[in-house]
Design a protein around this ligand. Structure first.
Ligand SMILES: Cc1ncc(COP(=O)(O)O)c(C=O)c1O
Length: 276
């Protein structure tokens, strides 16, 4: 992704090549920051209110004061006004601020979309299952979008090293969780399945959108605790995230999965929800 614009609280638009974080910001030295990533369609951020609500919830969980939503909105407007592309990725970062101070930071980035998304959607994604943590206790920060994502990035790298495109986390006792940056779905007949939030998976805004639109397309949805064998035996599977939208899964742990109509239909439904 190419960085197109940056806006910083108290400073406004900043040259994307200028540094914006102090060396002792706890975001950097301890990973204490919350963030949000959302997609911009034709200049309009999709479900901005839901993302700002999740940002506030994440801040609460890591002991950082939530940013003022109005300030977030105006920084986003500034940055989007500067970006040259109508479609892109908008990110908010709320940092804990400098060590020994209580003054959190806030900045907003606008970047271009990753260039290879449509190619991946066309060929379908290969997943490998990797051990993840059922983060049900508060200090494991399940469901929190914090910048402590090194584990998620390492899992994605491990998946690529094994010849796949992405990972799906599975608990020690074999329950499906989520991907490093996606929620996971599968279909049997006209029922869609996705792991429930009480497992500590992130409450994806795309997940929430799909839960809303799926019934109108003839699908009922079951959220719950499901073993990996259910995903392995599915009629089709896909992942969801703001940037990647719906990604059909064509392989799991080296075993082929059929493509199906739900991923295509719901991808179209997501686009129409976004484009109005
Ligand atoms: C761990 C994790 N799960 C799920 C998601 C999908 O969430 P959303 O649909 O809000 O992008 C993300 C997004 O980055 C994520 O990091």
């Amino acid at each position: 992704m190419t960085l197109l614009a940056v806006a910083v609280a108290g400073r406004g638009l900043v040259d994307p090549d200028e540094p914006v974080v102090f060396a002792d910001d706890e975001a950097l030295i301890r990973g204490r920051a919350a963030f949000e990533t959302l997609r911009v369609y034709a200049g309009v951020p999709f479900r901005l209110d839901s993302h700002l609500a999740r940002l506030a919830a994440s801040c609460g969980r890591i002991g950082v004061e939530a940013p003022d939503p109005e300030e977030c909105r105006s920084l986003a407007t500034l940055a989007l006004g500067r970006a040259t592309e109508p479609d892109g990725v908008l990110r908010f970062y709320r940092t804990a601020g400098r060590e020994q101070t209580d003054s959190p930071g806030l900045f907003v980035l606008v970047s271009s979309l990753p260039p290879d998304l449509e190619e991946l959607r066309a060929r379908g994604s290969k997943l490998v299952s990797l051990l993840g943590v059922r983060a049900e206790v508060p200090w494991l920060l399940g469901g929190v979008k914090s910048t402590s994502y090194a584990v998620n990035m390492a899992a994605a790298a491990e998946a690529r090293a094994r010849g796949a495109d992405d990972a799906v986390f599975v608990t020690e006792d074999g329950l499906v969780l989520e991907g490093p940056v996606t929620n996971v779905w599968w279909r049997r007949g006209s029922t869609l399945f996705t792991p429930s939030l009480d497992l500590g998976v992130l409450a994806g805004v795309t997940r929430e959108t799909l839960l809303e639109v799926a019934p109108a397309h003839g699908y009922d949805v079951r959220e719950g605790r499901f073993p990996l064998v259910e995903l392995q035996g599915a009629d089709e599977a896909f992942t969801s995230s703001s940037v990647r939208e719906l990604m059909p899964v064509v392989e799991l742990d080296g075993v082929r999965l059929e493509r199906g109509e739900a991923a295509t239909e719901l991808q179209a439904a997501l686009r129409s929800a976004a484009l109005g």
